[in-house]
Design a protein around this ligand. Structure first.
Ligand code: URA
Length: 209
């Protein structure tokens, strides 16, 4: 699919399979999510621009590669997005973090924002929006609407699983935002769950119902 990268690294796929199993415990699910998010982060940042900085090794001076531009922003869509943050911050400890709470009003279908925090100069940073599940796409679309309203222009969306319906809707609303996912599952069911999926990601990582 145009604008969608499926991260097919064998370790990602193996860990995802264990996460899907219904008997996987909350503790294992959380540990796997942390591990897999580090691998996903590696892939979503693979093409970041580099520049050089003059450094001195114990032997000589060189122009060595360093990341160009301002620090990245990882933007978590509450609450399940937080499960991806820990592993990503292990890999990019200096990243800034944004938290976004949004829901879609059932009657007006408008996105209602109940929480938003982001670092300054968001218009000058790459923002990687994270949420484990791209199901209907509604909350991801709303979160990115809200980031764009604050000036963000360079945005990527990272999830663990995506439904084809969610990808279509997301790409129709935000064709400029590439999607990275470990799997495109078959479909959404009548309750809006991704199938075969892994269930409710927030409940599985926090042990709630
Ligand atoms: N959110 C989840 O956590 N799981 C789904 O299957 C769909 C949305």
């Amino acid at each position: 699919m145009d604008g969608v990268t499926v991260i097919d690294h064998p370790l990602v796929q193996h860990k995802l399979t264990i996460m899907r199993k219904k008997e996987t415990s909350t503790g294992s699910f959380r540990r796997l999510l942390r591990e897999i998010s580090t691998l996903l982060c590696y892939e979503v940042t693979r093409d970041l621009e580099l520049t050089t900085a003059r450094i001195e090794t114990p032997l000589e001076e060189i122009d060595a590669p360093v990341l160009e531009g301002k620090k990245l922003v990882f933007a978590s869509i509450l609450r399940a997005g937080n499960g991806l943050l820990e592993g990503m911050l292990e890999l990019v400890p200096s990243a800034r973090v944004s938290h976004i709470g949004v829901y879609r009003d059932h009657e007006t279908l408008e996105a209602v924002e109940y929480f938003f925090k982001a670092p300054d100069s968001i218009d000058e940073r790459l923002v990687i929006v994270v949420d484990p599940m791209l199901a209907t796409g509604n909350s991801a679309i709303a979160a990115i609407d809200t980031l764009k309203a604050r000036g963000a222009t360079n945005i990527r969306f990272l999830c663990l699983l995506a439904a084809p319906e969610g990808i279509r809707s997301f790409r129709a609303h935000h064709p400029d935002v590439p999607v990275y996912t470990a799997s495109i599952d078959r479909q959404l069911n009548e309750k809006g769950y991704i199938v075969p999926g892994l269930g409710d990601a927030g409940d599985r990582m926090y042990g709630t119902k």
